[in-house]
Write a protein that binds this ligand. Structure first.
Ligand code: NAP
Length: 494
């Protein structure tokens, strides 16, 4: 409990059923000697807890806890009647608040089931309603948010598991009575819990209220994403009200975006595999993004409509142009290695900026040829990586790698033979982990100017920040520092 207080908790839950056999005899001492207000819970095995004794013993402990001055007692809705019959005289003038709870660790509940549970809780005279259900789909959070936002009684409603984590982090926005957080990483009492320190500092839980705009990264996987750190740090630095969360979405991203933007989300970042599908939810798409055919940013506009953008291309192209002597790609010969999502965005961007020729090089040649003919009939051509590396006549102004070759855990790989780099003044690599790839190292050794995927990543986030907070400049240097911290490296000089 002292650790919970030190981590910034307002109250602590004493889970009697989780105490070890050595700790169990001391449960009264723990409650009586509390340094924070407490919820005392003794969860039945039939409700997902670990209590192995009889139900009567279990509930007697809770009744006794009330007598010891516990501020809240959590009792399963199904055991409420029995608990009420065991309740004895509390401390003079003290009544614990009764949290009646319902858990489903298997599946999400339907709206009708939630309504039935709430009617029963009302009938049983709960002071606080608590419902916890397992999320199996990101949209399960919508039921949580809608229920909380319209609840008349003090209510705790949580979707458990990674899919439901946002319901814990954003609970304050929807008026939840409280949220649960663990004492520290690895000490969660239910799946999906965040630790208290992270909840209060990284996610600024105490600053979140009904008017706080929400943002989040949609994709699968997203738990490794650096975007929450980038945006939460930047918003805090600029004193902006806002919370940015992880949104693991593996079904219909378009449906999710439509629903969540009606429930208080003001913007989304979109990553793999949803960059194309999510476009279906947009009312409007910026013309370059339409041309690229993939989007990584959603903005909810003032009139409530949704507009889609791609900030990847401008992030990479602006970083490249900043380091060119002419400050422009206009008229230059560019080679784009890779014909996947990043390749398409960068090749499109280079053509958009007036590159004289863009050669798209890909391991699978048909993809390179198809992309080239799709983007430009006269200024783009496609070839295979093999052909490119074998071709002696290479003279490009800019080499852009947009493949994952050279990325950890394979940092010894490179898509281009070193001898090809000698006559290219600038080499860009979309890979950001490691920041200095073998390609960039060899390019530097050949005297080229190098631009890293690290800078592209920071700038795509900065462009998103500009779209969401148009009157505030993004704190670029802080964003760089934050990304470097996420990668566990010193701020790179690339
Ligand atoms: P993608 O759509 O899956 O495309 C992958 C590309 O890499 C394809 O062209 C693929 O060629 C090629 N490739 C994969 N393995 C290869 C190998 N062993 N040898 C040769 N070519 C290979 O992925 P993406 O979204 O474009 O991402 C590509 C890279 O860009 C990733 O490393 C990603 O982290 C990075 N990226 C960075 C940023 C940033 O902000 N810095 C943003 C977006 C992406 P085939 O078509 O022949 O399979």
């Amino acid at each position: 409990m002292r650790a919970a207080a030190a981590a910034g908790a307002d109250l602590a839950e004493v889970r009697v059923d989780l105490l070890s056999p050595e700790e169990l005899p001391k449960w009264q001492e723990i409650v009586a000697g509390k340094c924070l207000p407490v919820i005392v819970t003794n969860r039945a095995a039939w409700e997902g807890g670990k209590w192995r004794g009889s139900d009567t013993e279990r509930l007697q402990i809770l009744a006794e806890a009330e007598g010891l001055g516990a501020e809240h007692i959590d009792v399963e809705l199904a055991a409420c009647e029995q608990f009420q019959s065991l309740r004895t005289a509390p401390l003079p003038g003290h009544f614990a608040k009764l949290i009646l709870s319902h858990h489903n660790f298997e599946r999400p509940l339907t709206k009708a089931e939630v309504e039935t549970i709430r009617v029963e809780m009302r009938g049983a005279k709960a002071d606080i309603f608590k419902i916890a259900m397992m999320a199996t789909n990101a949209l399960d959070n919508a039921l949580v948010f809608e229920t909380l936002a319209t609840a008349e009684e003090p209510t705790i409603f949580l979707a458990m598991g990674e899919m439901g984590q946002v319901s814990r982090i954003a609970a304050a926005k929807y008026g939840a009575y409280l949220t649960f957080a663990s004492v520290g990483a690895g000490r969660e009492s239910a799946p999906g819990q965040v630790d208290t320190e992270r909840l209060t500092s990284f996610f600024r839980f105490r600053d979140v209220n009904a008017s706080t705009p929400l943002y989040g990264i949609i994709g699968n996987p997203v738990s490794h994403s650096m975007s929450p750190a980038l945006h939460n740090t930047a918003m805090a630095d600029k004193n902006l009200d806002g919370l940015y969360v992880y949104l693991k979405v593996d079904d219909d991203a378009a449906d999710f975006i439509r629903k969540m933007s009606s429930l208080g989300f003001a913007g989304f970042s979109v990553t793999m595999p949803s960059k194309v599908d999510a476009m279906k939810a947009m009312d409007d798409i910026d013309p370059t993004t339409k041309g690229i055919g993939a989007m990584n940013t959603v903005v909810k506009q003032k009139d409530g409509s949704l507009k889609g953008y791609n900030t990847d291309w401008i992030a990479a192209i602006s970083a490249i142009e900043d380091d060119l002597p002419s400050k422009s790609l206009a008229g230059l010969r560019v080679v784009c290695i890779g014909a996947g999502g990043a390749g398409r965005a960068l090749a499109y961007g280079a053509l958009e900026r007036g590159a004289g020729q863009v050669v798209i090089v890909n391991r699978s040649k048909p993809k390179a040829v198809a992309l080239a003919s799709d983007l430009s009939k006269d200024r783009a051509i496609g070839m295979s990586l093999e052909e490119f590396n074998a071709d002696a006549d290479v003279n490009f102004d800019v080499v852009m790698n947009t493949t994952s070759v050279g990325m950890n855990p394979n940092p010894t790989q490179t898509p281009v033979v070193a001898s090809k780099l000698a006559r290219s003044p600038l080499v860009f690599d979309a890979v950001y982990n490691p920041v200095e790839t073998r390609l960039l190292r060899e390019a530097k050794a050949n005297g080229c100017v190098v631009v890293s995927g690290f800078e592209m990543f920071v700038r795509q986030g900065a462009e998103q920040f500009r779209l969401w907070h148009p009157s505030v400049d993004p704190p670029l240097q802080l964003m760089r520092q934050t990304v470097a911290e996420c990668l566990g490296i010193e701020l790179p000089s690339l």
